[in-house]
Design a protein around this ligand. Structure first.
Ligand code: SAM
Length: 454
């Protein structure tokens, strides 16, 4: 790509903003974009993955689980289907590191699809605590939900709601909130032609309006002492420094927390606000001419004020005794671990809601925690999500496939063995890909039809 593909008004604006730096900035549009994958530490440590990785990887300095890859297609490898990593733009990996949630906290990812940051937050939480991943768009929420399943996340609830609707249920509830806002996407112009087609000065203003609205809803949901991270993948000060300046002026109990900046990460620019607010330098900018990655902006804030405390009710187990017995008998036969969480039946489907999960009445819930399985006529069938959340050590029986056998399994083919063990966890090199049912040496394939490769 060259700069002649860029909108003229964008070029003029960036020249005026960046002045001496503009030439170096625009030169990056003649360079190849960089690619990254983030190892899913819920399933494999980065050091173990480096030993088994089929590709050469180079560490991303600002994310301990992130790696650059070159001339590879990791999205097509069965390790991807096994959830060993998430393919993610390198600069985007910095955002969840800034929020840095801990196991056990209550965390909201308000604009979450397709789930790059959600899956990173869950890994940082070690699958412990409550993670609400919300996405407003019904189509995009599906990808979010699938990624949460693939990466074996057990502490997340996925909703398809507007920020204002969520703020009615979760006022004062969350310890940490991420607003990875919809934006004009200027930072993605090297990767995403569509962002260029969509861009205009009016669009930038429209995005800023939406961002102010989303942040106001997020503020309502943050508890006393809670932390809020705001990020975008755009360069425009109207959607970055100026939004934060407006937010701090509107909510005077919010304060900026300095972000540690190393490895080429720059400060936000105070004189790009109308008030020349010096504190804006606490925010961070990732520029393609200062590091190996696309454009991003990140701000971290804390709520000092008291505000309203959450006074809702927690969800409780609702599984009838008879159904519970069937489930327990079944599980005793296939797994050797206890599933954590509040067991909850949605019709004939059984889920384990994460710890500290409030009642979800009235919300559009897409995935209420870990999908364990379904009561069918006279039997209980495990769900694919359960397979993805287990390890080979946690099941009575598993099958380890080679690379070629894994591809056959992912196509939906039946496999042959010499055993007769019933439900088995099908794995590649010991990492789960899904379920199989082994009867007299024939393994019936339970890899979901929607995920199968052609
Ligand atoms: C930058 S993307 C999120 C990327 C995601 N956090 C990740 O790391 O994979 C912003 C998201 O905000 C959603 N969105 C758009 N308008 C919104 C609104 N008015 N309120 C909340 N979310 C919105 C978009 O559908 C989009 O999925």
């Amino acid at each position: 790509m060259t700069t002649c593909h860029l909108p003229k008004e964008f070029v003029t604006k960036m020249n005026a903003l960046l002045q001496d730096e503009a030439e170096r900035f625009f030169a990056t549009y003649n360079e190849e974009k960089v690619n990254g994958l983030r190892v899913n530490s819920l399933k494999v440590s980065p050091s173990t993955f480096l030993n088994i990785s089929p590709w050469e990887l180079e560490p991303i300095p600002f994310c301990p689980t992130g790696f650059y890859y070159y001339n590879a297609q990791p999205g097509k490898h069965p390790y991807h289907a096994a959830g060993l990593y998430y393919i993610q733009e390198p600069s985007a990996m910095f955002v969840a590191e800034v929020l840095s949630p801990s196991p056990g906290e209550r965390v909201l990812d308000l604009c979450a699809a397709p789930g790059g940051k959600t899956t990173q937050l869950a890994a940082l939480m070690n699958n412990e605590g409550f993670l609400l991943a919300n996405e407003i768009h019904p189509k995009r929420v599906k990808a979010l939900s699938e990624n949460i399943e693939r990466l074996g996340i057990t502490n997340a609830v996925v909703t398809n709601e507007t920020p204002e609707k969520l703020s009615e249920t979760f006022e004062g509830f969350f310890d940490k909130i991420l607003v990875d806002a919809p934006c004009s996407g200027e930072g993605m112009f090297r990767k995403d032609e569509e962002a260029i087609q969509f861009w205009s000065l009016e669009h930038v203003q429209k995005c800023a309006q939406t961002q102010r609205h989303i942040l106001s809803c997020a503020y309502q949901m943050l508890n006393e002492g809670g932390t809020l991270v705001y990020s975008t993948c755009t360069f425009s000060p109207e959607e970055n420094e100026q939004i934060i300046d407006w937010f701090l002026a509107t909510y005077d109990d919010m304060e900026l927390i300095p972000i540690d900046k190393q490895h080429g990460i720059q400060s936000g620019i105070a004189h790009w606000t109308n008030t020349h607010n010096e504190k804006i330098a606490h925010t961070a900018r990732l520029w393609p001419h200062h590091l190996q990655g696309e454009g991003h902006f990140v701000a971290k804030m804390r709520k000092r004020g008291s505000g309203n405390r959450w006074n809702g009710k927690m969800a409780a187990c609702n599984v009838p005794k008879a159904m519970w017995r069937d489930y327990e008998t079944f599980m005793n036969h296939i797994i050797q671990t206890t599933i954590k969480g509040t067991m909850y039946a949605f019709g004939t489907h059984l889920f384990a809601l994460p710890h500290s999960c409030p009642r979800l009445d009235g919300l559009k819930v897409v995935r209420p925690g870990l999908h364990i399985g379904e009561w069918k006529k006279n039997r209980f069938e495990p769900n694919h999500a359960l397979a993805m959340a287990l390890t080979k050590q946690q099941v009575q029986a598993y099958l380890s496939l080679t690379f070629e056998e894994s591809l056959r399994y992912m196509k939906g083919e039946t496999l042959q063995t010499n055993n007769d063990r019933g439900w088995i966890l099908v794995t590649i090199d010991g990492y789960p890909l899904g379920w199989g049912k082994e009867v007299k040496g024939v393994v019936k394939n339970f890899y979901p039809k929607g995920l199968r490769i052609k």
